[in-house]
Design a protein around this ligand. Sequence first.
Ligand code: MN
Length: 267
Amino acid sequence: MSEGLSAPRPRIGLSCCISPADPERGVYPGKTLLYVEQSMVRWIAADDALVYPVPPVPPSAPGGPAAWVDDLDGLVLHGGSDVAPGSYGSIPLRSDWEGDPVRDAYELDLVRRFLDAGKPVLGICRGAQLLNVAFGGTLWQDLVEQGATTTTHTDRVIYDGLLHEIDVEPESWLARVLGAPGRCLVNSIHHQGLRELAPGLEVQARSARDGLVEAVRAIEGSWCVGVQWHPELSDRSDPTMLDDAPIRASFLDAARGNRGDTETQEP
Ligand code: MN
């Protein structure tokens, strides 16, 4: 039954989206639901990793976040609802920009725990924004309305069909991981974005048309990367789109580094 010297399969936590109690919902009316999006799970699992949704559980619970961090090898921050302005010391400029402070608090706690434990964190879209907040940066509540750009980065109708080019920063970590592709094409499903870059993060890629930050990486400490696009929704049949697999591979390599157990022993 030995698996020989095959690499250990990393156990990856995936933060959950939260659907608040809704009396109009057909199933579980009035109850809070937790969910993940199927493409995200499949994207992570496609490279021989096990995916575990990590639910928000009170930190005082025995099965709470401390236990998750002990058991898991890395964390992916799921996309989804807006980050709440209050999470970075601002106030919502509009009532529909109040964001999701409950999810922010849960994910910020997870990020700190994973990084403190030396375990890698990959933030997708909202997750990249949350990493900037976790490291002390701020966000645009709405890119176009606040004048950060005149180019929309989201379209409800074509959704993940909205594409734009990014410029990978020369000689950056991301340029090395991707084999220095320079300019490449990604999807765009975000109306918020990184504003003041957090100390401790460095820009890895910018939107070609307006210079907005599209990828960041922690300068020191654990492997920690955020991308503003959605690799899990990228159209793999389109050869002009960025192949994100090397980013995932780097993340999973870092996660495997936390699995110095059975598989590396002599047979
Ligand atoms: Mn974008």
